[in-house]
Design a protein around this ligand. Structure first.
Ligand SMILES: Cc1ncc(COP(=O)(O)O)c(C=O)c1O
Length: 434
């Protein structure tokens, strides 16, 4: 039974050890075909913000399917509900992001944002500004340019992704990358200075945009030090380089504010969203853009006769209806207040783990956290894996990322659920070191 080629999995190993097959969800819990139930502490892939079977989203989907189950947005037609979502979404987006373009997946949103940034540059007569700066350890997706932008070699190995279009710079992870005794501020300043030197060396006239996750998720939950984003933005402005905020994990509350850009004081030209936009109940993504980008694209497209870009399922009415209901639920939750309460509980519960053997660093912001394992000061991937696997045997799913375990739970978790995931983490660390 090898019908299914699984993503991010060794296919030959999967023949011997097939993946767990999940069959049902109940809030933050999922159950597999063997009847084992797990608390999913990462909301699947940082996305099922309202749990795995949210009733209101189910109703929104079935109501919309009963009314208009599909429509596109091409050539003078669109779904009413899709237009409605665009208007509601723009109201929630950070100041300065006034327009949206809909797609299906996060990878597609990144592909779109890069295409739009280049289209904008060409439209204003700067066609040499074509390359994109991205960071080590970033995850931007599995498309073509989005995989090339991803700063993880296993996303490039064996594929012919367009790496020559990407310029790589350092990640903002003080704990692992600071020099001996370097303060967070000095580290942030160094990263900014490195960026400026890189831009000068590579020629600013060849650089279109910088893409960055406000907080790096899949790389290992790296929270940028204060001053980092302010410095980066100053440099980008100086050299006329666009800023794309990849908000696919950080969008919709995860870092404490509605968007990571607000948490970290980022004013992007373009931003990508997906995952929690629909609570993961439908594949829908969006690119948000400033009026300047929108106007530039519009004029360029008008000269050419059309904006020659779009996909069949972009802004799907069922996804739009689910997203509208999701936004409503977030508003009823009073999202930043709700996240502050959950995040404070998680942070406090995790604090005592800092003193456990093997734990190098615990970091959290909003309702996302990373527990990094070290041995004699060096990254300890083996312990992170052992702890993650032990936790799974004990019924809690964390995300194992090299030497870090990530936590990014559904927003419907109770304090009891949070205590349970931290207790299992603690017991698994103790067991691994016994
Ligand atoms: C920051 C970021 N960008 C892009 C993506 C790609 O999204 P998708 O898997 O929906 O294509 C992800 C997925 O985890 C992500 O975390």
């Amino acid at each position: 039974m090898n019908a299914h080629l699984y993503p991010f999995t060794d296919p030959i190993e999967a023949r011997a050890t097939p993946p767990k097959q999940m069959v049902s969800g109940d809030g933050a819990y999922v159950t597999d075909t063997l009847g084992n139930t797990y608390l999913d502490a990462v909301s699947g892939l940082w996305c099922a913000s309202l749990g795995f079977n949210p009733e209101r989203l189910q109703k929104a989907a079935t109501d919309q399917m009963g009314k208009l189950g599909y429509y596109h947005s091409f050539m003078g037609r669109t779904g009413e509900v899709t237009n409605h979502l665009a208007e509601r979404l723009v109201e929630k987006l950070p100041d300065g992001i006034d327009h949206v373009f809909f797609g299906t997946s996060g990878s597609e949103a990144v592909e779109n944002a890069i295409k739009f940034a280049r289209y904008f540059q060409i439209g204003r007569g700067k066609s040499t500004k074509a390359r994109i700066i991205a960071r080590d350890g970033a995850y931007h997706g599995s498309g073509s340019i989005s995989a090339a932008l991803t700063g993880m070699s296993y996303c490039h190995d064996g594929f012919d992704v367009p790496l020559s279009e990407v310029i790589r710079t350092g990640r903002a992870h003080h704990f692992a990358d600071a020099h001996q005794g370097e303060s967070e501020t000095d580290f942030a300043n160094r990263r900014v200075q490195e960026l400026e030197e890189l831009i000068i060396a590579q020629d600013p006239d060849t650089i279109c945009a910088f893409i960055g996750e406000p907080l790096m998720g899949s790389g290992g939950v790296f929270i940028p030090p204060e001053g980092y984003w302010q410095g980066v933005q100053q440099v980008l402005r100086k050299y006329d380089i666009l800023l794309i905020a990849d908000e696919i994990i950080t969008g919709f509350g995860r870092t404490g504010q509605w968007f990571g850009s607000q948490t970290f004081g980022i004013k992007p030209d373009l931003m990508t969203m997906a995952k929690q936009l629909t609570g993961a109940m439908f594949p829908l993504s969006a690119v948000g853009m400033s009026a300047q980008i929108y106007d530039g694209l519009s004029e360029h497209a008008h000269r050419l006769g059309t904006f020659g870009h779009g996909v069949t399922y972009g802004g799907h009415p069922v996804g739009a209806a689910i997203a509208l209901e999701t936004l409503k639920i977030y508003e009823e939750m009073d999202l930043p207040v709700h996240i502050a309460a959950l995040g404070a509980h998680l942070r406090k519960a995790l604090e005592p783990l800092q003193d456990m053997a093997g734990v190098g660093n615990i970091r959290s912001i909003g309702f996302v956290a990373g527990i990094e394992f070290t041995k004699n000061g060096a990254p300890d991937d083996a312990t992170a894996r052992a702890v993650g696997e032990e936790a799974e045997r004990r019924g809690v799913l964390f995300r194992i990322i090299n030497n870090t375990l990530a936590i990014s739970p559904p927003y419907i978790c109770t304090t009891h659920d949070i205590d349970k995931m931290v207790q299992v983490m603690r017991d698994s660390i103790a067991q691994t070191h016994s």
